[in-house]
Each structure stands twice: as C-alpha cells, then as structure tokens.
Design a protein around this ligand. Structure first.
Ligand code: SF4
Ligand code: SF4
Length: 376
C-alpha cells in the first residue's frame, strides 16, 4: 500500500458549517489523488456530522470501481449508548458509503474508559469479529487515544486486532500526554500494522514559530512545512499509510508532491527536526519539562505534567480541544482531575521550572474539564 491516505475528517466546506461540504472540490481532489496512484480513503460515522461518509460515496464509490479503492470506516465507540444497536449503525454506514464491505474497519477512539465500559457492554469486539467472519470487513483494527500501557493491555487481550491507528507526529513523539513514541513501540512489539493519524497534529506543525519554520525552509526551500510532518510519520517501520486530513486541492497537491515518490527522512533531516522540536517546545504556554518531580509531592496524585502537555497542545491548536477532552478525561479518571487540587503548594516547591502549578491547573480545569457524557 502507498503511504499516503486520504483523510476525510476535515473536508473542504463552503462555510463554517461542517455539513456544508464543498463536493465539487472533493471530486477534483479525489480524481487527482487516484490519478496519482493512491487509493486509501478513511472516514468515520461522526465526521462532518455523518456527511463525510456520504461525501465519500458520492466522490469515490459511485465514481470508481469498488475493487480499485480501499475504504476504511469506524464503529463510533465514543458515541455509543447502551441502547444502541450495532447492526443498525453498521448497515447505515454501508449505505452512507455505498459499499457492501469495508476493507479496514476500526473501533473508533479507544480509551481505557471505553475499553472497560461500553465496549464490553455492547460486545463491540465480538461484533466486529463476526463482521470479519462474514466478510463484511476485511481487516479489523482500532483507532487509539490513550497511553502505551492501555494499548499493551488491549493488544494482549485481543489478538484479533490486525492494525492500530495511532496519533503520531514529531512533536508528540515524546509527549507524555499523548505517548506517540511509546504507543508506536507497543504496536511494533505485537507486530501490528500501523496507520498514522494527525501527522501534523491538527495543523500545529504548519503553524510553527517563525524561527523553527526558517530552519526547515532554509534546509530545503522546496519542501513545505507539512512535508516534514508527513514524511516523519511515513518513514517509520511498520507504517502502512499516513492519513492527511486534506482540506483543499492545494493541500492535496502539496502532499502528493513528496508522497508520490516517497523518500524516507535522512539522518540529517531527522537532526533538523530535532532542532525544530526544541524551538516549538520553548514556545509553549506552560514550560513544563515532564520531569514529574511535582508528582511525588502531590497528595492527590494529579498527573500535573500530562495535563500541562494537553493544555499546551490545545493552546497551540484549538482544533485539538475536542479530542483532548478525551485524553483529559482518561487521565482524570485514572488519577485525579485538575479540580481536585487542594492548593497545598507541595508540588510548587518541587518544580524544577518554578511553574505556578496551582494557577496553571486552574487554567487546565477551565479548558479541559467538561462533562463528556452530556456532550456526546
Ligand atoms: S497544590 Fe494541588 S497539585 Fe500541587 S501538590 Fe497540592 S494538591 Fe497536588
Ligand atoms: S516539576 Fe514542574 S517541570 Fe517538572 S513535571 Fe512538574 S510541573 Fe513540570
């Protein structure tokens, strides 16, 4: 498979309304993508309020032979309630996409919380395994948003998982809130194919500080900022494809220019990325290094550095806010929420960066602590 997949989470729209999809532009993008030798299309039940799947039918499956394209879709685990009927949702997905089967099908947005809650409650794995036995899906996988330990547990308990979709990009590689690098290592340990999502971290890596951008453009003026993020992910062993959430023909053409004849990053280019990461890290809202000295002091066991990592992410790209509600919720449930801070000040005495942790945790609480149940 070629290492560049057409992501349909951020399709071009005519207005701010996610349902107001610019179909003529998508037709043009799809044609260009296929003409360039690519064929992997990723969608999900919830993208564009359900209309991403429909757009994919109109632009792809109604216009190209089914066997010439690879269609990936996802069971919307994070939207499920105990009263939902999985068969009905799957039938709706097939109809919306205009297909009889999916090549790749994932349990969407798996976290520890869902893994121990709605997934066993509705027997989601058993359901997906049956779909595979019956030929309605060709490959079963998960898209995953939690830590490496949780991924390890899930992969050891569910050998039927053939592939894992992970958030991987050069900035999150060592981010303790996201754990891209650690999750990648776990997937490799279990010999799972990897599909990469968010290689540009929701657009963050094309909006980097000016001095970081200059390093990249002076190294190679012909390469776009986006190219560094996408090539970083595609260069990793075991990566089947890298999804790019293309929002315009221009973006797609940029992606095609370096993914058509893909060259992995060289050692020199990796060093350049290392320099850029340092600059981006210094531009972040809370200059936490993740040393966790504060954690040893906290009587509430608040995962301070992980919360700060998530907060910094959202401050760099507001598009990440919704996704980070989930990361925050997982951490808060496993440990303690930011709002449980007693303001005792023990952590601040330990902080190697002299951060006003109590004040910053209040900002974290205000930004990320929401009632997820009532939002979905
Ligand atoms: S001030 Fe809050 S975060 Fe810091 S140690 Fe006390 S309870 Fe924990
Ligand atoms: S001690 Fe300070 S720098 Fe270290 S993890 Fe805690 S908040 Fe971050």
């Amino acid at each position: 498979m070629k290492k560049f997949g057409f992501g349909s989470m951020r399709l071009p729209c005519n207005s701010d309304d996610p349902k107001d999809i610019d179909l003529p532009q998508i037709f043009e993008m799809v044609d260009k993508y296929i003409e360039s030798g690519f064929n992997y299309f990723d969608t999900a039940y919830g993208y564009h309020d359900g209309l991403s799947e429909v757009a994919l039918r109109k632009a792809v499956t109604e216009r190209y032979p089914r066997e010439d394209v690879i269609i990936a879709d996802k069971l919307p685990v994070y939207m499920l309630k105990p009263s939902h009927n999985l068969e009905e949702i799957f039938s709706e997905q097939k109809e919306r996409c205009g297909v009889e089967y999916f090549d790749y099908y994932m349990l969407h947005n798996i976290t520890n919380n869902f893994y121990n809650g709605i997934i066993p409650q509705l027997k989601c794995f058993e359901f997906a395994e049956k779909l595979k036995e019956e030929g309605f899906i060709r490959h079963l996988g998960i898209s995953f948003h939690d830590d490496a330990e949780t991924l390890d547990k899930i992969l050891s308990e569910h050998p039927s998982i053939e592939f894992v979709q992970l958030q991987i990009n050069y900035l999150d590689w060592d981010n303790e809130g996201i754990q891209s690098g650690k999750c990648y290592e776990v997937a490799r340990k279990y010999n799972k194919d990897i599909i990469v999502m968010e290689p540009l971290k929701g657009g963050t890596l094309v909006n980097i500080p000016e001095d970081a951008g200059k390093i990249l453009t002076s190294y190679n003026p012909d390469l776009s900022l986006a190219s560094w993020g996408i090539r970083f992910a595609a260069s990793l062993e075991g990566v089947l494809t890298v999804l790019s959430g293309v929002s315009s023909l221009e973006q797609l053409e940029d992606n095609l220019s370096y993914m058509k004849d893909f060259n992995p990053l060289t050692e020199d280019e990796l060093k350049v990325i290392g320099d850029v990461v340092e600059i981006i890290k210094h531009s972040i809202a809370i200059p936490c290094t993740g040393c966790d000295y504060c954690l040893d002091a906290c009587p509430e066991d608040i995962p301070i550095s992980k919360f700060f990592a998530l907060y910094n992410d959202v401050k760099q790209s507001i598009e990440l806010q919704f996704l980070h509600y989930f990361y925050y919720d997982n951490l808060a449930k496993k440990n303690a929420p930011a709002s449980s801070c007693l303001e005792c000040g023990e952590c601040e005495e330990n902080c190697t960066q002299h951060i006003k942790i109590i004040d910053e945790l209040k900002k974290v609480r205000d930004l990320l602590e929401v009632d997820l149940e009532s939002m979905l």
